[in-house]
Ligand binder design. Sequence first.
Ligand SMILES: [Zn+2]
Length: 285
Amino acid sequence: MRWSYRLGRFFGIDVRVHITFLLMVAWFALAQRSQGFGAVMVSALFMLVLFAFVVMHEYGHALMARRFGVRTRGITLYPIGGVALLESMPKTPRQQILVAIAGPAVNFVLAGAIALAAYALGSDVLHPNLDPDAGTGALLGVLFNANMMLGLFNLLPALPMDGGRVLRAALAMRMPPVRATRMAAKVAKVLAVLMAGYGLANEQPMLGLIALFVWFVSNAEVRAAEQQARETETQVVGTPPWAEHQPRGFSGWGAARSTHARTAGMVVEVVEGPGGPEVRVVRAR
Ligand SMILES: [Zn+2]
């Protein structure tokens, strides 16, 4: 059985929908069935518009990643949101931050466009007339809110949400990536517990689900970062002849012992050898 179905391909990236997402749309729509067929259709339509906003959010990440040479395998929609599967992490923390905020930025731009459209139609999205008979004004108010919520919620600093990725990248500017990921995952777990508590107190099961998702996926992010660190662990490829001629007891060695000068995949490393310090040329595997 297939779990996800291809909806289409835009900008060279496949958009897929996971079967659980379709079930959720059906469930929410059918929950309105006592209100009549019209309410079911309106509810399904609203979910599809919301889903279009989520897809655009994911394209924000994917197209920003492409600017940095990172390709996207596809965008898949789950009940909890969308995922743009990047082939690799953008290289520098700065690029990671730009890719992470590009998603929420799309929602804020959409919200701005909706607010302008509402203003042009003589309505105010911040104080919409939510009377169902108010028509377009009420609809634009709801669409504005949906985008603001999508943008702001994703900026919560809870890895693997966008805000958590920004936090991790900011930490990675000051420490090794594995430590940055572990620290960001700890923050994510604290937020997950708060979110679950709030969800329970306010009978919002969706928040509980998102909290579970944050808890487990932040763990997975830590494992992925540890794996990544192991794969790029250095492998000794040789000792340059000039290393043997370095004077022993040279005061610079001690400081240099832990520093790796990395150029084009080559790493020059100073290690404590049996006969004193040794300089080795190592290469990332
Ligand atoms: Zn995002």
